[in-house]
Design a binder for this molecule. Sequence first.
Ligand SMILES: [Zn+2]
Length: 407
Amino acid sequence: MNPTGKEIPRLKIVNGRVLTPQRIIPNGTVLISGKTIVAVSQGDIDVPDATVLDAGGAYVSPGFIDIHIHGGGGHDFMDGTEDAFLQIAQTHARYGTTALVPTTLTSSRDELFNTLSVYERANRRNTTGARFLGMHLEGPYFALNQRGAQDPRYIRDPDPAEYREVLDRSSAIARWSAAPERPGALAFGDYLRSKGVLAAIAHTDAVYEEVVAAVQHGYSLATHLYSGMSGVSRRNGFRYAGVVESAYLLDELDVELIADGVHLPAPLLQLAYKIKGPDQCVLITDAMRAAGMPPGPSILGSLHNGLDVIVEDGVAKLPDRQSFAGSVATADRLVRTMMTLAEIPLLEAVRMMSSTPARVMGVADRKGEIRAGYDADLVFLDEHLTVQLTMIEGRVVFRREAVPVSA
Ligand SMILES: [Zn+2]
């Protein structure tokens, strides 16, 4: 019997090395009923009517949660089609992602509203890809000289009439990234917080005092640490701590790491891990459309007015090859990079890709851990941390090769 593609009433995963936040359970069993994990144990659980899925000694990891992602499989969330949303969700599911936060680029008002309504429709149809946890709006309230690949024509100060309208029209927004030093950004943070939307600091030139104010006004996450943000600066001889140092110093701030092994070298991954720890570091792909695709030419951002880029060496570059133009990472690669490049233990690398992002996004009551009562979002990983099988809410959505199953 082959469980691919359908939900089985009672499913028992046996012979797995089950990863929990605290330990690896050898010869672990995970019992699933419908969409939900109902029991986790060492050794077998006697359930006569259960279908058995043999993990064959693989690691059984909680599904990966990617809270900052723009695309994959040749599609970008800004393409404005339901198909793009669904294809991205399916592409990343093959690499172990079971939930993600679709992220916009700074765009025109019409494009943004279209993307939000496409999200709602795609979300209802998404039964075979990584689940959507709400949208992340990346911009437009950014510092102009920290904009990175964001379109400068749209960058501006927070406008209460505008953001109130956006949040009134769509309940799909889970997080919003902004530069807290822009006039109006503190009131914006308060407003986001009042609406239950996660406020993140991004593409910013703030100094420490401005970051402290941001934290007092609801900002609680530093978007892609080191990318598009200030470090130590000097004015008239005096040094000022930037956003990087502030994120390290302030316990209220969680941090995102683009852990593709290209954007941040080993010592910076290790430094972030050493200072913030696995419960405050969130691994993100920040992937553009070329994730999960072969190297070669691609487009950053929308198909209509995006930037031509070239994908090589595991990263997207501007055509002159002088700067990066986006990540092409998948979640499994982030976990491998943290282990092999940054030499961080497996359990903690997985934690930064599962329970920590679940907590940051407010879904830790049902996702991010292999635990009774939680969604049956699981990934089988072999010795090389290659994804062998992905299960989302009790349904196998991807398998690399035949994994023995018996009724
Ligand atoms: Zn991004």
